[in-house]
Design a protein around this ligand. Structure first.
Ligand code: SF4
Length: 308
């Protein structure tokens, strides 16, 4: 994965170590580059047409671009992200997705992701959303993004207007890692998305040296709920190449999450999950309220895994 930041992120990196750590290439990343699993979610195996992934039957993931405003060094899709030549999507790709969706009426939900969907040209953004929303079988549209954190200007008036026109509920999942990311510009961007009618939720990854302590996550989730973003998932960092140094001891994560569950309101408390390594789903992790064996777990397909 290439190195890239936005001007906006660069300003944040200067004042906030936790942000710098997420975007700066470190020696540890280069040392770990040869280890790990490049596609831990097994997305390639479930690609039904180029850029369209159907792992679960009733919902699909559409990779609208491989570009982002800034590249997070722990990205789960680092095998694809930043490869803008290979990952360029145009209307012909969207047309192929539509052909698939027309033939598969059981798909009710489309998740636009990438890369960051907010980085694509407004015309392509409009085309994909109006095509998908024109299908009666699609009941829910989701957009996964980090743009409000990495370059809020990407959430421009035209894209907001396009979102506001869509009939189906649009859920925008925003990737946050640290309370310092809730700047004035980001909060304004969140407000604009809410005014456009989007329903907002967050996704966060436990990251060593960034957010692996109770207070940081308490402040993050409390702050998010107060600006209108529902904390949704808190993940273990995937074992992708170059990201080993970001991974936190699972017992430490469980302990922090147990503390959070005690103090956060239910609405502000995300689901703490492991994204099962064979791509078979997000497995909820039991907290310390339960006496059970947390060294292994069974995924949605019945396979048993060791909790590394
Ligand atoms: S914004 Fe998302 S897709 Fe882009 S590099 Fe970061 S984690 Fe990966």
């Amino acid at each position: 994965m290439l190195f890239k930041t936005s001007e906006y992120v660069e300003c944040l990196m200067v004042v906030e170590e936790a942000v710098r750590r997420q975007f700066e290439v470190s020696e540890q990343e280069l040392e770990n580059e040869a280890h790990g699993d490049a596609d831990p979610l097994r997305e390639k195996e479930h690609e039904v047409v180029p850029g369209l992934i159907n792992k679960y039957g009733n919902r699909v993931l559409a990779l609208l671009t491989t570009e982002c405003a800034a590249y997070c060094r722990f990205c789960t899709r680092r095998r694809l992200v930043s490869d803008t030549q290979r990952g360029t999507v145009d209307r012909s790709h969207v047309d192929a997705w539509m052909n698939y969706l027309r033939k598969h009426g059981e798909v009710r939900e489309v998740i636009l992701s990438g890369g960051d969907p907010f980085i694509v040209e407004d015309d392509l953004f409009e085309y994909v959303l109006s095509e998908i929303s024109g299908l009666d079988s699609i009941k829910v549209i989701r957009i996964g993004t980090r743009a409000p954190v990495s370059d809020p200007c990407l959430v421009n008036d035209r894209k907001l207007e396009i979102i506001s026109r869509i009939e189906q509920p649009i859920y925008v999942g925003i990737h946050f890692e640290h309370p310092a990311e809730m700047t004035r510009a980001t909060v304004r961007c969140i407000k604009n998305l809410r005014s456009a009618g989007a329903i907002l939720y967050s996704q966060t990854v436990f990251l060593k040296g960034v957010n692996d302590d109770y207070q940081t996550l308490f402040d993050l989730f409390t702050g998010l709920i107060e600006i209108g973003v529902r904390p949704y998932y808190l993940y273990q960092c995937d074992p992708v190449p170059g990201a080993e140094h970001f991974r936190v001891d699972p017992e430490k994560e469980r302990h922090i999450m147990t503390q959070l569950r005690r103090s956060l309101s239910g609405l502000a408390c995300p689901n703490y999950v492991i994204d099962a390594p064979n791509g078979s789903g997000k497995i909820p992790v039991p907290l310390e309220f339960w006496n059970c064996d947390t060294t292994k777990y069974t995924d949605f397909e019945g396979s048993i895994h060791r909790n590394k």
